[in-house]
Design a protein around this ligand. Sequence first.
Ligand code: GLC
Length: 482
Amino acid sequence: MKKNLMVVLLAALVSAATTQLSYCQEDERYVAETDPLVLQKLEQWQDLKFGLLMHWGPYSQWGIVESWSICSEDEDWCRRKNPDYEEYKKQYENLKLSFNPVGFNPERWAQAAKNAGMKYVVFTTKHHDGFAMFDTKLSDYKVTAPDCPFSVNPRANITKEVFNAFRAEGLWAGAYFSKPDWHSEYYWWPNFATPDRNVNYNIPSYPERWEKFVGYTQGQIMELLGGDYGKVDILWLDGGWVRAMSDEEIARQMTSKEYKFTHLQSQDIRMDELVAKAREKQPGIIVVDRAVYGKNQNYLTPENTVPDKALPYPWESCIIAGGGWAWAPNPVFMSGRKAVHMLVDIVTKGGNLLLNIGPAPDGSWPEDAYKLLDDIGQWMKVNGEAIYGTRALAPYKDGKVCINRKGDNTWYLFYLADEGEKMPSVISMNGIKIPSGAVVTMPGTKVNLKWSNNQDGFDITMPVAIRNNPPTDYVWVVKVSF
Ligand code: GLC
């Protein structure tokens, strides 16, 4: 009995230690950039706080998960509507023959994003399926190919149009690009079956083929960054399994219980070389080689989650606003309250929010997407000063109150209000004290608020007039200047 207890205790200890370790490792795995231009740009990017992600391609016509259904992994997100794989894949690739989003109007998207307070866009120039939403010269599997009906549209080079429209509204342009390409014969060679997401041939046996893939991938990325698409601020690379891997790492992964691939191997596309070339064309460009720990991942990108604490490196949560990453029929969008709470939660932990909207097959956005952005925008118009250009400040959060700072002389407090909640008469926080002489106000109102420090922190008294008529809903913001 006693022995059993010891075992349980020991196991608990070990598991606590590993959890602790994985946190440490996570922090330690971030490799800081040294290029001063990139560092400067990363600082600016951390000021922006709020961006838009869009997943769009011929797959949107079926309202399915982007790309994944042509991948033969036994995962929920890889399900197909036709059980005959070969036939399905043909039908999937034929989606190109009917892709004709004549309602494409990126100006309307850009205006909506700007009004919501978004400061950058990240657009799927190419997802894993390999379909280029830009006019690549290196493949015919693209929106500008003659057999794609949209190719005759004057706005057929969709990526270019999106970047131009968003730039015109003052937003930064970011290129989502998938490193794996399930259409390229240099990645999925038709000579073999394609058992999983990985390259389907043994690279050391066919080095010339892999070399062609490297040239093709680097070539496409350089097409996007070479000038035709204007200034690109962020290169957001997905498909983290395409990366150089040591023999030790491969051995470790293949012997782990979770391992389920058949073709795990080092897939080196020579990222350092590529990034150097990219920065020759786009000095200071931020590169996010997602999930590949090393110097080419300038910020980390937790997916559809918000970390539970502030993180000591640049990061961005990408979050689905409604439906999936790609458009799904009748998507249900999150509420304005949820979005604003999430933005505040992320920003006060030092991160950025990249909110995803999937355009519909005809090139429109669901009206509810516009409503959501409008809702966020109403709040941002009053409280944006508490979001942009801020940095995390301990103790970050205490109950329903979050805190951050702007420079060294301003703090903002955020009270996360529940639906129907009445503003409390006192907003308090423990773990930090207000410096003497500080002036405390609420954006959108004109009165100075009474405050006092107590043993554990501070109290701010909210006047009845403000409590009865707060300047915004969702999150009430207080500014502390000293
Ligand atoms: C997931 C999905 C991928 C999507 C990405 C966006 O990794 O599998 O399709 O592009 O999330 O973050």
